[in-house]
Ligand binder design. Structure first.
Ligand code: C2E
Ligand code: CA
Ligand code: CA
Length: 555
């Protein structure tokens, strides 16, 4: 081949390089030594700080684009090549990119000589830093090949689906059995997947334990789901044959081409990652089918977290505390109020607490916001006590605050700071989240008890109810969830159950508050079961401090 090249003119060589360039990621070059003329594939001139893809005075010109600390190494190598000491060029050094960033390249070439005169240096330059095209563990194509495929072959659109797969808890396999075993599993997974896909489908290993199947043959969601199930079966079979040495499961996310608006590589990767994450979020070892509604909801949640974070960082702008009256059933008088959080933005108005509170919890923002609410509510309570000295304030505390902040200390010091007697403060806890952090809860409850702060067990009757909590936590008040109240008002069985619960609660020397009373008739029926306190729209909806004082405290 080299012998033959010796008979080709430089012009012809340049033409060959030009023709080959679009099919290669590497840059071919030829240096006509006698005429001091350098030619490199045109793409290189776009990537690097070259004077163009052809230039004269080659060695000196290199000073312009070789990363200065590497210049000497380059010059030495060229000297050796040109003075006959060396025939093969193989050097790793750095060139400057168009943006003047040093890029590692490997330059390999061959000197063609006639007798002892060097005529041409011809070779190839490739970027060392770019990611591997193929993955040597699984034997599959890698992420950069996928990107290249999208960029060259699929830039407009395609018909089919993307199935993104990820082994569940693969980290644990590596930790338990070692990296080599992990690599074996990755290879095996690649084999399992390869064995069930059709020859027209492409399989890539994207990163670590993530794979992607690209179907451009018009496959549908159902086809993708079937394929996922087949993959799972082959993996299960492998686990069985491997005598359950490592139990591996796989999650999948499917994106159908008709759900894609913009066919860019980054968009497809973004949407398929969302799909895969949904499968993980729903409990792993399952396949999630992309839905645009879910995705919009996900985006909205992200937007909401952004808005909440912004509000927290702007002195809680947009947060407000509303107050809902709680009435004492014996005296028919105002007992106090429950402090309820509100969040408002200019663009969206008031947002439902059921929507933003879970996000505050997920993001941990409930910790600063909860603390802020605590102080606002106590300050308001202090002022309300100027009208009704025995006014009680109920404050909701999330399990995240209990698990992840020193809420006990915060409550106690806030109560002191606002000069309120602890006996007028009620902390409301819901049972959700209690199971995982029972010890945190019991500690909080006993500390509050010690201080004389009351404890209310909220949302009682909503499915989580566990009567053990009545013993474990020693609450002072049990709050019956308004859904339970609603059922009791509609259904004799539930009414009877509520009545029995009221008896039992009283029997344990605890007090009961029934929530969700909306009409006078409802109040009358509920009064028959003799609750201690009631709360509901009938007495008043949650409202701002000003409205609350006007409605309930001005006499
Ligand atoms: P929750 O603690 O059970 O609060 C009572 C909810 O029932 C309030 O909803 C209130 O507006 C509503 N409600 C009261 N009476 C009636 C009625 O007669 N009919 C109807 N249909 N609804 C009634 P809201 O304000 O939307 O709060 C929802 C939940 O958000 C609360 O349920 C509580 O779990 C949580 N939350 C509110 N504020 C805070 C807070 O400051 N911190 C924490 N951690 N959670 C809070
Ligand atoms: Ca509550
Ligand atoms: Ca409640």
């Amino acid at each position: 081949m080299i012998r033959e090249l010796e008979n080709i003119s430089i012009k012809q060589l340049c033409k060959v390089i030009e023709r080959l360039a679009p099919t290669m990621d590497d840059y071919l070059y030829v240096y006509d030594i006698q005429n001091d003329f350098y030619y490199i594939a045109p793409d290189a001139a776009e990537r690097f700080l070259l004077p163009g893809h052809t230039f004269q005075n080659a060695i000196q010109m290199h000073e312009q684009f070789v990363y200065p600390p590497d210049l000497e190494q380059f010059q030495k190598e060229m000297e050796n090549l040109l003075t006959n000491q060396q025939t093969i060029q193989n050097i790793e050094y750095r060139w400057l990119s168009k943006t003047k960033m040093p890029i590692w390249i490997n330059c390999r070439g061959y000197i063609i000589r006639e007798e002892n005169t060097p005529l041409y240096l011809i070779g190839c330059i490739n970027e060392i830093g770019t990611k591997q095209k193929a993955d040597n563990i699984s034997g599959l194509l890698g992420e950069s090949s996928l990107r290249a495929f999208f960029e060259t072959s699929l830039s407009t659109s395609f018909h089919g689906y993307v199935l993104r797969l990820d082994l569940d808890d693969f980290k644990e396999i590596n930790e338990k059995h070692g990296i080599e075993y992990g690599d074996r599993i990755l290879r095996k997974t690649a084999q399992c997947i390869s064995s069930v896909i059709s020859p027209d489908q492409k399989l890539y290993r994207i990163v670590s334990d993530e794979y992607l199947i690209l179907d451009t043959t018009g496959g549908t969601m159902e086809d993708a789901l079937k394929l996922y199930k087949k993959i799972r079966q082959t993996l299960e079979l492998f686990v069985e044959e491997n005598h359950y040495e490592a139990v591996i499961t796989i999650s999948g996310g499917v994106l159908e081409s008709c759900d894609i608006e913009e066919y860019s590589y980054s968009n497809i990767m973004k949407l398929s990652e969302f799909a895969l994450n949904e499968a993980k979020r729903h409990g792993k070892n399952r396949c999630y089918l992309f839905s645009i509604q879910d995705y919009q909801q996900f985006l909205w949640k992200n937007e909401l977290s952004r808005l909440l974070r912004k509000a927290v960082n702007h002195n809680f702008e947009g947060f407000e505390v509303y107050f809902q009256p709680v009435f004492c059933m014996n005296s028919n008088r105002l007992y106090g109020a429950e402090a309820l959080m509100r969040f408002y933005t200019k663009e969206h108005g008031f947002l439902p607490p059921g929507e933003f509170i879970p996000i505050l919890e997920e993001t941990g923002l409930i910790i600063p916001v909860g603390k802020w609410i605590l102080h606002q509510a106590l300050a308001a309570c202090k002022k309300m006590q100027e009208h009704i000295p025995e006014f009680r304030i109920s404050i909701n505390i999330s399990y995240i605050q209990i698990q992840k902040s020193d809420i006990i200390h915060e409550i106690i010091s806030a109560v002191k700071e606002h000069l309120i007697s602890p006996s007028y403060v009620i902390i409301e806890l819901t049972e959700s989240g209690m199971l995982e952090s029972n010890s945190h809860f019991t500690k909080l409850c006993s500390k509050l008890n010690e201080q004389g702060i009351s404890l209310a067990l909220d949302d009682f009757g909503t499915g989580y109810s566990n009567f053990h909590y009545l013993y474990d936590l020693h609450p002072d008040i049990i709050k019956i969830d308004r859904n339970f109240t609603a059922k009791a008002l509609q259904n004799d069985y539930e009414y009877h159950l509520l009545s029995l619960m009221s008896h039992m609660i009283h029997h344990l020397d605890l007090r009961i508050c029934v929530e969700g009373i909306e009409t006078r008739e409802e109040l009358h029926r509920i009064q028959e079961i003799q609750p201690d306190y009631s709360q509901g729209y009938y007495f008043g909806k949650p409202c701002s401090y000003t409205e609350f004082t006007q409605k309930f405290l001005s006499c």
